[in-house]
Design a protein around this ligand. Structure first.
Ligand code: BES
Ligand code: ZN
Length: 456
C-alpha cells in the first residue's frame, strides 16, 4: 500500500497535465454539433484505460453515445467493483461568464477550472490514476474491477437502463462505485447514502394561432403567459407544500435519528445564504434546509418562455407559453405514479381558453441505502485515510438514476464516493474541482479498493 501511495504523491503534477487533456475535449452530449467530440472523448478514455493496464477495453455501441468498457479481473476470490462514471459534460452557456475558457483547464487558487472538472471527468480520472498506481507498483489490483463510462448522463441516460439489462451477464459484481457527487463542505468529507429521484416535463400552452396585438385583442383573449403563471402558481402553496393531490402519499417520513444526526452537521445557514446570494431561504415549513434538499420532494420551474423578452417594449399578446418543470422525488415515490398525478393535476388546473400539451422527459427513481452497510462503512474508512478525517454521513438532493437501476436490475448496492464541493459550479459557468480534493481523492480511491477487498 505504501508504495502505491508514494507513487500517487510523486506523480501529483503529471496527473494534472493528463487531466487537462481530458478536459480539453468538449464532449457536450446535449449539442449535436459536438457529436464527434463526444466520440473522441470516449476513445480518449478507452486509450487511457489501456494505458493504465485495464483489459478488454472497448467502446460498446448503444442507440446513442457509446459506453466505454474496461476491466481487470485478476484478483481471484476478491470482490468485484462495478465502477460507473460519465464522460459527457453539460453545455457551457452563458459563455461570457467564464473567467477562463471552459475547455482550457486553468488552475487558479488551488482549483482546476473547466467544464467537466468536477462533473464528472475529474472524479472519473481519480480512479484511473488509482488503478494506474496499483498496476505500476504491484502489477495487480486488490479487487476485480469493471469500468463502464456513459456518454449520455447529462441528457438523462436514455439508453443506459437498456444497456444494463442487455449486459446483465457481463456486469456481475459485488458493489457499484460512483464518484459523481459533492462532499458535504470544504474540509468536511462525507459519505452519501441517499439521492433524490426526478420526473421532468415540458408544458406548452397555445392561446391563439399567432401573436396578437395586445391593444386589439387584450382583455378578450386568454394570455397563455398569464394562464401558465396561474397554473404554475397552483403547484405549490405558500408554505412550500406541493398541491398535486396524492403527491405525498408514498413519501417515507424523515426519521428522528436522521434529523438529529443532520442537525449536528456543520451547516451554517448564514454562510449558505451569503455563498449563493440568497436573501432569505424558502422551503416546506417544518423542515430545515438540509432536510428540505435531502429528504423532502420539491417541484421546481426550470425554465419559462413566453412573449417579448428583448430590449425595449412591445405590446403583444403571445400566442404560446412554455415551461420546463421538474419534481425531485424521495423514497418511496415512484416517477411513473407521480408523472400520472402531475398530468392529471395539470388537466385539472388548465382552463379551456388554451390548448395544453404536456410532454414527459427524463427522470429516475430515488435511492437510499442504510449507512451502516459494510460497503459504505468500508468507503468511509478509505475517505478517512485519503482526507485525514472521518467522513460525515449525508444524503444529497441531486439524482443519479442508474443507482436504482443497478439495485433493481443487478441487485447491486452502490457506494457514492464523491469529492466535489457544493460550490463547484456544476452545470454552471466556472465549474471547478479542488486540486487538493482531486489528489486526496486518488489516494482515497486506492484505499477504497483495498478496503473493499476485505468486504468478503
Ligand atoms: N453529478 C450529478 C448528480 C448529483 C448532483 C449527485 C448533486 C449529488 C448531488 C449528475 O451529473 C447530474 O447532474 N444528474 C442529473 C440527473 C438528471 C439529468 C436525470 C440531475 O441531478 O439533475
Ligand atoms: Zn451533471
Amino acid at each position: 500500500m505504501d508504495k502505491v501511495i508514494d507513487f500517487i504523491n510523486v506523480n501529483r503534477d503529471r496527473y494534472l497535465d493528463e487531466l487537462k487533456a481530458l478536459l480539453a475535449i468538449p464532449s457536450i452530449s446535449a449539442l449535436p454539433e459536438h457529436a464527434a467530440d463526444v466520440k473522441r472523448c470516449a476513445e480518449w478514455c478507452a486509450d487511457e484505460m489501456r494505458r493504465i493496464g485495464l483489459q478488454n477495453v472497448r467502446l460498446i455501441d448503444t442507440p446513442g453515445n457509446p459506453v466505454v468498457y474496461g476491466d481487470w479481473l485478476g484478483a481471484a476470490g476478491a470482490p468485484t467493483i462495478l465502477f460507473y462514471g460519465h464522460y459527457d459534460v453539460q453545455p457551457v452557456d452563458p459563455i461570457d461568464l467564464w473567467e477562463s475558457p471552459p475547455f482550457d483547464a486553468t488552475i487558479r487558487d488551488g482549483e482546476i477550472y473547466a467544464r467537466g472538472s468536477a462533473d464528472d471527468k475529474g472524479q472519473v480520472f481519480m480512479h484511473f490514476k488509482a488503478v494506474e498506481a496499483y498496476m505500476k507498483q504491484t502489477g495487480r489490483l486488490p479487487v476485480n474491477i469493471k469500468f463502464i463510462l456513459e456518454g449520455e448522463e447529462e441528457v438523462g441516460s436514455a439508453h443506459l437502463d437498456d444497456f444494463v439489462r442487455a449486459h446483465r451477464g457481463e456486469l456481475g459484481a459485488d458493489v457499484v462505485v460512483i464518484s459523481d457527487s459533492p462532499m458535504f463542505a470544504r474540509g468536511v468529507p462525507s459519505m452519501c447514502y441517499g439521492l433524490r429521484g426526478l420526473v421532468y416535463f415540458q408544458i406548452d400552452l397555445r392561446g391563439s394561432s399567432t401573436d396578437l396585438h395586445s391593444g386589439s385583442f387584450g382583455g378578450a383573449v386568454a394570455n397563455p403567459a398569464m394562464v401558465l403563471s396561474q397554473m404554475l402558481a397552483q403547484m405549490k402553496d405558500r408554505g412550500g407544500r406541493i398541491r398535486i393531490p396524492g403527491f405525498y402519499d408514498d413519501v417515507v417520513p424523515l426519521q428522528d435519528e436522521e434529523r438529529k444526526a443532520w442537525a449536528s452537521l456543520p451547516f451554517n445557514e448564514r454562510k449558505y445564504k451569503k455563498d449563493f446570494g440568497i436573501p432569505k431561504v424558502f422551503g416546506e415549513s417544518g423542515y430545515t434546509t438540509l432536510e428540505r434538499t435531502w429528504a423532502r420532494p420539491t417541484f421546481e420551474i426550470n425554465g419559462l418562455l413566453s412573449g417579448f423578452t428583448g430590449e425595449g417594449a412591445k405590446t403583444v399578446l403571445p400566442a404560446v407559453a412554455m415551461a420546463k418543470v421538474s419534481m425531485r422525488l424521495v423514497p418511496n415515490q415512484d416517477p411513473d405514479k407521480i408523472a400520472k398525478l402531475f398530468e392529471e393535476y395539470v388537466r385539472e388546473v388548465a382552463p379551456k381558453t388554451v390548448e395544453v400539451k404536456v410532454t414527459r422527459m427524463h427522470g429516475g427513481k430515488p435511492w437510499m441505502a442504510s449507512y451502516d452497510n459494510p460497503f459504505i462503512q468500508a468507503a468511509g474508512r478509505a475517505i478517512e485515510k485519503g482526507f485525514g478525517q472521518k467522513p460525515v454521513f449525508t444524503r444529497e438532493g441531486g439524482s443519479i438514476p442508474v443507482v436504482s437501476t443497478f439495485q433493481e436490475e443487478l441487485g447491486l448496492p452502490s457506494v457514492l464516493f464523491g469529492v466535489g464541493l457544493p460550490d463547484e459550479n456544476a452545470h454552471a459557468p466556472n465549474e471547478k474541482l479542488d486540486v487538493g480534493n482531486f489528489h486526496n481523492g486518488i489516494i482515497a480511491s486506492a484505499m477504497l479498493y483495498d478496503e473493499l477487498s476485505r468486504t468478503r
